[in-house]
Design a protein around this ligand. Structure first.
Ligand code: NAP
Length: 526
């Protein structure tokens, strides 16, 4: 497939006329053709008009038709073959197995949402039948289901060019909910975005859906991004990226005459707690697992373990010593973009000003290669210095040495909201862990024991979210099937004749949905 450098507004390939975006191969610092001239206000207008025109008919598609559409997107992405893998590798510097794995996750995610759509539980059907004879007042017939919010603007992330980008989790969950999607492509991987965008637009056509179900725009966040978020036809936003970008979009959405929800996933340093008994019995093994998690994918994961918290003592010293022996053998890795590499360099310089360096990985051998770094500080210094809490996106981490359990608790209380908190513990640590849990539940969206936070499963129970600044709305997840809930709202139908009700709410339950019927959970055979 020849890349065109054009946007996709519905089924039309349209050339922008603003400053062009051009991908840079971060491994060579060389630009990659073609250039993608940026879109402007009129392109946002066209995409939003089409999305709005498509909304009512798209949200009215049957569960089977919508599920088949999601599966067709996955099939079409797979049909792109190696061209997609090679373009994504060139645009991100990520190795082949990682991109292949991410394609599998992206297509698996689309198919998981297809299963979710078919099951229909997300409709959350509740029926309270009429009680005309109830005293002192009769009760009306009340029926509730969830409907799609409206067209959704999605901002693709830099660090997952497939799984969090054009057809990633935000897009899949919004389409599953019945929302048309307009993606603002991330400037770091425009070619990957075009390939996936065309696969998605083809699925719209293959399935006979209205054109406006999907559009893909290129351009600057400050022009195209803000125009999208402030367009009255956009009803929600999905974003993964920097804290400043997420806040700018959230504020723009809140300042609208009609404010809308922004689901922004932004910044997290993912504390890892090493409890005393676990540290005593396996400090060296923990250091090995930690270094592997820290350096995976050049540390460019939102769940990267950026903070280690433990009580001082010989066992913690063994952990730091082993990690410091292992890190110098870790190769520097190409980061996603020159900008992200420069931000990493600035972040580690700031950490070096405020904490002691414990170890560094191998020095860079090429452009934009991030060198892994481990720092150590005392809890008393951490508690005084907000610089030590800033996310450094990349393979850098800080060990916070606490004098006692009370200092562990104080450090934990001071943490901002997090995507994850990890507890390494043995049986003898359970009482200590139990005491800390209420604090960690308040701070993080996912708590994990004796594992590492990198690696996020796409499943029904996953929470990839957390209090600010991990996300802008701690009530939601951006990974897993519960992500669909972000793009839905409940509607109640009172005293409707059966023939006027949507099929999901009709008396005979023709869709065989699980319903809450007069307070009892119904489980019809499907
Ligand atoms: P970014 O700079 O936030 O950009 C993400 C998207 O948001 C881009 O499309 C960008 O548009 C847009 N945007 C940014 N600022 C905006 C603003 N003020 N108004 C409107 N739109 C705006 O994120 P990035 O390029 O992916 O990475 C930069 C940093 O983000 C990293 O160094 C890292 O700190 C952080 N990051 C965090 C995570 C995480 O999961 N926690 C993931 C990825 C990145 P433009 O194309 O115009 O820039």
């Amino acid at each position: 497939m020849t890349l065109t450098g054009k946007m996709l507004i519905g089924q039309h390939a349209v050339c922008g006329h603003r400053e062009a975006i051009q991908a840079i191969n971060p491994a060579t610092d060389q630009p990659l053709a073609p250039a993608y001239p940026g879109g402007a206000g009129e392109h946002v207008e066209q995409a939003c008009a089409l999305a709005w025109a498509a909304f009512d008919s798209y949200r009215d598609t049957s569960l089977a038709a919508r599920a088949a559409f999601l599966e067709t997107i996955a099939d079409n992405i797979e049909a792109l073959g190696d061209e997609l893998i090679e373009r994504a590798m060139a645009e991100t510097g990520l190795p082949r197995p990682r991109i292949q794995g991410e394609r599998g996750r992206t297509c698996g995610q689309l198919r998981t949402f297809a299963r979710t759509v078919r099951a229909g539980e997300w409709l959350d059907v509740r029926v309270d039948t009429a009680q005309p004879a109830r005293q002192p007042l009769p009760r009306a017939d009340l029926r509730q289901r969830h409907i799609a919010l409206g067209p959704v603007a999605v901002f693709g992330a830099s660090n997952f060019p497939l799984a969090f980008s054009v057809a990633g989790g935000d897009t899949a969950s919004a389409l599953a909910a019945g929302c048309p999607v307009i993606v603002k492509a991330h400037g770091a991987h425009p070619g990957t975005s075009e390939l996936v965008g065309r696969a998605l637009a083809k699925a719209v056509k293959d399935c006979g859906l209205p054109d406006g179900v999907f559009s893909l725009l290129y351009g600057s966040g400050r022009e195209v991004g803000i125009a999208l978020v402030t367009d009255p036809r956009i009803k929600a936003v999905g974003f993964t990226g920097s804290r400043s970008g997420g806040i700018a979009l959230t504020q723009a959405a809140q300042a609208r005459p009609e404010p809308i929800p922004v689901y922004a996933e932004m910044s997290s340093i993912n504390p890892v707690y090493l409890f005393p008994a676990a540290l005593h019995t396996r400090a060296e093994a923990l250091a090995q697992g930690f270094v592997a998690s820290l350096t995976q994918g050049a540390g460019q994961f939102c769940t990267n373990p950026g903070l280690v918290i433990a009580v001082a003592g010989p066992a913690l010293e063994r952990f730091v010593a082993t990690a410091s022996e292992l890190l110098p053998a870790c190769a520097a890795q190409t980061m996603l973009t020159p900008g992200i590499f420069q931000a990493y360099e600035a972040g580690v310089s700031s950490l070096a000003e405020h904490a002691q360096i414990a170890a560094k990985g191998l020095a860079a051998q090429g452009p934009n290669q991030g060198q892994a770094q481990l720092f150590v500080t005392q809890a008393s210094a951490f508690l005084r210095n907000e610089h030590l809490q800033a996310e450094v996106f990349g393979a850098a981490s800080l060990v916070v040495v606490c004098a006692n359990d009370e200092e562990v608790r104080q450090v934990s209380e001071q943490l901002e909201g997090q995507l994850t908190a990890t507890l390494h513990l043995d049986d003898a640590d359970l009482t200590r862990a139990q005491a800390l849990l209420p604090v960690l539940e308040r701070k993080a969206g996912r708590l994990l024991v004796n594992g590492w936070p990198t690696g996020v499963e796409v499943c029904d129970a996953m929470v990839h979210g957390g209090p600010f600044p991990a996300t802008s709305d701690s009530r939601s997840t951006s990974v897993g099937t519960a992500a669909i809930l972000r793009f839905l709202r409940p509607v109640c139908y009172q005293d409707f004749p059966d023939s006027l009700l949507p099929a999901a709410l009709q008396h005979a339950n023709p869709l065989l949905l699980r319903r809450l019927l007069d307070g009892q959970r119904e489980r019809p055979e499907r």
